[in-house]
Structure formats: C-alpha cells, structure tokens
Design a protein around this ligand. Structure first.
Ligand code: ZN
Length: 191
C-alpha cells in the first residue's frame, strides 16, 4: 500500500485522503505523516475548521491525545494564501469544510504541494459526508482507517450516535459516539 509517497512523485503535487469513522485513528495518521515530513525538513502547515474547537484552539488533537500546532480557518480559500511558503499542507476534520475544499485542494496540489486531508467519510446515518466523496475521487492516494466495533470486536467503519438528535454534527461530543461495524450499527429514532 502506497500511503506515504513523500519521496515521490517528483516535480508535482498530489492529494492524500485519510478517511474513516470516529475513533479510527485518522488524526493520528495525519499527525504521523506530517511529523515525518518535518523530519524530512519539509515545511508543514496544518489547517482545521473553526467549528471544531474541542480540546484546543491551536492544535489538531487526536482521541489519543497526539497533537500538532494548527491554523484555524473558516473558509478553505484561506489556505491558498496561508500555505504559500509551505510544501506540505495538512487538513483535519475535512467534513466540516464545504465543497470548496475540493477546488482548494486541487489548486494546492496543482501548485506542487503535498496535500494530506483527514475526515469523516460517513455521518452517523452512514450517509457519505461531503466533501469527502469528492475528495476521495480527486485524490491520488487513499487510506481508509477502521476502528474496532465496541459491540462485537469486528473492524468498524461506522459512527454510532448513542443519543437521539437529528443534527448532522454534534461537535466536541465524542462521548456521544462509538465505533460500530455494519452489522451492529443502527440509526436511532425518536421513539
Ligand atoms: Zn459489530
């Protein structure tokens, strides 16, 4: 599996997407790749959406408490100006950016940058979460991270919401969710 092509290709940028459910290690994997790029003396910048201010306003933080300094933005367009001097551009919680992230990621990759994007690929109803489907389509390299189903121990690709709410996103409420496999995942209704 080519999931870390930091030594190649040459002379061009590209997009890597790390997609998965909650608790699958997406942010850990993003941080791992960015740290290795830093060790390789590449200039790295990481963005996260302003909606996600759990744990820290200035870092991306995984459930494992790994963290890396990050820049909080509201519009993916801001990445273009802010990443001019950087070779590697990371994005966490990509599902909270709109579809504008797709054009921005393509623009940065076209400019020769390595763009690494982590995000939830499905919402709590197991419906694909834009713009992840579009990002997966335009990326050169894709990694799907799996969690462990808390019910049966199988690999898990779904996020189970433990309490009823029809909001698509409950930010910063990790305790309201758990990882489930296809068989154990269900959608709660009001009654
Ligand atoms: Zn299960």
């Amino acid at each position: 599996m080519i999931n870390e092509p930091h030594l190649s290709p040459k002379g061009t940028g590209w997009i890597e997407v790390i997609a998965g459910c909650m608790f699958s290690g997406k942010t850990d994997e993003l941080i791992r790749r960015l740290r290795r790029a830093e060790i390789a003396k590449q200039k790295v910048i990481v963005f996260k959406p302003s909606i996600d201010n759990r744990y820290s306003n200035r870092n991306i933080v995984s459930h494992n408490e790994q963290s890396l300094p990050s820049v909080t933005i509201t519009d993916p367009q801001q990445m273009i100006e802010l990443s001019v001097d950087f070779q590697v551009v990371g994005v966490d919680e990509a599902q909270f950016f709109g579809n504008g992230l797709v054009d921005t990621a393509n623009f940065l990759a076209d400019k020769g940058k390595r763009v690494i994007i982590a995000g939830l690929d499905m919402d709590y109803k197991a419906v694909p979460f834009e713009p992840m489907p579009q990002l997966l389509a335009v990326a050169e390299y894709i990694t799907k991270t799996l969690a462990i189903c808390v019910v049966c121990g199988n690999p898990a690709d779904r996020t189970q919401r433990k309490s009823f709410s029809s909001e698509r996103v409950l930010v910063g409420a990790a305790e309201s969710y758990e990882a489930r496999c296809r068989k154990c995942h269900f959608i709660q209704t009001e009654d």
